[in-house]
Design a protein around this ligand. Structure first.
Ligand code: ZN
Length: 477
């Protein structure tokens, strides 16, 4: 059997996050654990040998208090988790008693300490709190920076990306010198510089159904800053299953939305959106664009909600969906209700463990092309152009994108106009279709094939790959 340990206790196990041992019951397992790691004993048990009240033990996903307590039998395949309890209005109320502030911290947080709404007690809660930010992009950047500045003691970051120059328009965690560097190492360095009192914990991996519950376990609050639908459902379900609040925001062009989904106290994301949109209906920011300051606005809303949850004060966005229109600078609010038939947070949940979210959302992984769509590489296109082969190049991007980069000879028909302008093309011609990165042009190829075009191919990677691999004088965006 495996015993999972929370981060604060790992200092007593030589850094081990989990320990394997054999024991017939929960009580026997804990005794064997403290026999092996003597330093753990006083953290788990009081002087009379009783399990401390703020230590909860879970067998798999069940709190042993609702099973047979320390007499609960355990099998070889079970996992026991030691979870410091989360109680009351504040996510970290109990743990705050155990922390102290140094003189340096008291000076640093003086503007908080003189506010009665925060004060010394609130600042200690912030220090004891553990917040997990999913993604260090446009939303995660301001979120993590403000949480670090405010003195949130432990900030977890999940990302696997590398800083790209197109990130710098909004991802203020990174500077020009970080381009090409791992986002997490750049982010951790920036946050430690912002506030060396913060413990930055990095998870350099894609959040998945296999790792989400284990990563979430050590945190009090999860803030979702991802920009894709499958991860949004994954974060929601993992939060519902682990009982954690999910501080949510999403952005597109000039509009954003934010809420706090916390199934214990209100609706979850699935109560709002039971079903994902069909793939391709909601464009990502990479396709549709986003005003750079918008994630700043929404990320700060997330940071504010997170800090309110930690302090246990104010009126959180639970059961409310905040809509922000930055062009009109209008803020609206919708009431959200808990769906009594919600498949994950309702009384009769059908989703009781994490599922395959890519399949649930009907997503084709980005790295593989859509099945059955014939492709041409940028190198092959270069060969065709060099020998002035007889073919028609079709650009299905929007006019404002063509101002950035284009092939002079291409026929320019935006994807949305293709059905009405398809008669400008001939089924007799050899056709190559391109867009920015290959997604929209794949749809165009599918459409043309359905319309009877046989000799039509998609330019893999789009004009951006052409700029990258073939012609550096073409702008990449
Ligand atoms: Zn729900």
């Amino acid at each position: 059997m495996k015993i999972q340990l929370p981060t604060p206790l790992r200092q007593y196990t030589g850094g081990a996050a989990s320990v394997d041992l054999a024991a017939p019951t929960v009580g026997a397992a804990l005794s064997a654990l403290v026999a092996r790691y003597d330093g753990l004993k006083k953290h788990l048990f009081d002087d009379s040998g009783k399990l401390r009240s703020f230590v909860n033990v879970y067998k798999n996903d069940e709190d042993v208090r609702y099973l047979q307590k320390e007499a609960t039998p355990v099998a070889e395949s079970d996992t026991l988790s030691i979870i410091p309890s989360i109680a009351g209005g504040s996510a970290t109320e109990v743990a705050a008693d155990a922390v102290a502030l140094s003189h340096e911290e008291i000076r640093r947080y003086s503007r908080h300490l003189i506010m009665p709404e925060v004060g010394l007690e609130g600042q200690k809660k912030l220090k004891a709190a553990r917040v997990l930010a999913i993604g260090t992009g446009g939303l995660g950047s301001p979120l993590a920076l403000y949480l670090a500045a405010a003195g949130v003691g432990t900030i977890g970051l999940v990302d696997f990306d590398v800083v790209d120059d197109s990130n710098l328009q909004r991802q203020i965690l990174f500077g020009t010198g970080d381009v090409g560097r791992s986002k997490l190492s750049a982010a951790a360095a920036r946050l430690r510089d912002m506030n060396p009192n913060v413990n930055v914990v990095t998870f350099e991996k894609r959040l998945s159904s296999e790792n989400a519950l284990e990563i979430f376990r050590d945190f009090d609050i999860v803030a979702d800053g991802t920009d894709n639908v499958p991860t949004r459902y994954l974060v929601n379900d993992a939060c519902v299953l682990t009982g954690k609040p999910n501080v949510y925001a999403s952005i597109f062009r000039f509009e954003g939305q934010a809420s706090v989904f916390w199934a214990k106290k209100g609706p979850c994301y699935r109560c709002l959106y039971a079903e994902p949109p069909p793939p391709g209906l909601v464009p990502s920011c990479a396709e549709g664009g986003v005003l750079g300051i918008l994630p700043g606005l929404l990320g700060v809303v997330q940071a504010t909600e997170t800090i309110k949850l930690i302090l246990g004060s104010g009126e959180p966005l639970i059961g409310r969906l905040l809509l922000i229109d930055a062009l009109g600078m209008r803020f609206r609010e919708l009431k959200l209700r808990k769906n009594p038939d919600c498949v994950v947070c309702g009384p009769n949940p059908r989703v009781t463990k994490l599922i395959d979210y890519e399949a649930f959302c009907g997503v084709v992984p980005e790295t593989t092309s859509a099945p059955g769509i014939p492709e041409i590489s940028v190198e092959e296109l270069k060969a065709l152009r060099d020998r002035e082969a007889d073919f028609v190049l079709v650009d299905v991007r929007e006019p404002h994108e063509i101002e950035i980069s284009s092939f002079p000879e291409s026929v320019k028909i935006p994807l949305g106009k293709l059905p009405e302008r398809v008669n400008e093309l001939s089924t007799a011609d050899e056709i190559v279709v391109h867009c920015k990165t290959g997604g929209r042009s794949a749809k165009a190829v599918q459409f043309l094939r359905d319309a009877g075009f046989k000799k039509v191919r998609n330019l893999a990677g789009g004009i951006n790959r052409w700029a990258e691999k073939i012609d550096p004088t073409v702008a990449r965006y």
